[in-house]
Design a protein. Structure first.
Length: 158
């Protein structure tokens, strides 16, 4: 069963790239007392994620923040080095790039994707959510094409 609207975000520590290398950030640091847009992609540097999904959030970042959002975060089942490099390559310096290296958070929220048939292992489904003070207020999970989790869809929902 996946996380639903009204559910609290589970406790977890993500990997992020800090100024001196990889470090951690807790879900309470990210979500408590804040309005956050969290979107997830199956993998950094993959075609749809790099050409459509992440760039939409980079382009619409200011518009999303103007709607009262404190943080826009991108998550993938990748390591902090990859997420940091991908964020740099995509000019995503305003986004919080979260690494769920072992898919532990993805498992906790029940949004796993089995990519073993493509040699990708366990990944996250493509989704976007709005989280208000640690509680999910909107959850959009894509089925195929990048549509309901796109920045434009989230901006419209805000």
């Amino acid at each position: 069963m996946s996380i639903q609207v009204g559910d609290k975000i589970p406790e977890h520590t993500f990997g992020i790239m800090g100024e001196e290398g990889p470090t951690g950030i807790s879900t309470s640091d990210i979500f408590d007392g804040k309005k956050v847009v969290l979107f997830a992609v199956p993998g950094a540097f993959t075609p749809g994620c790099s050409m459509t999904h992440l760039p939409g959030y980079v382009v619409h970042y200011d518009d999303i923040i103007a709607k009262g959002v404190d943080t826009v975060a991108c998550m993938a089942v990748n390591d902090p080095f990859v997420m940091g490099a991908w964020g740099d390559a995509q000019n995503a310096e305003n986004l919080l790039m979260l690494a769920d290296g072992n898919a532990e958070f993805t498992d906790k929220i029940g949004l796993e994707l089995d990519g073993t048939g493509f040699g990708l292992g366990k990944r996250s489904q493509r989704f976007a959510m709005i989280v208000d003070d640690g509680v999910v207020s909107l959850l959009n999970v894509d089925q195929g094409e990048i549509k309901v989790s796109a920045a434009e869809a989230i901006l419209e929902a805000l």
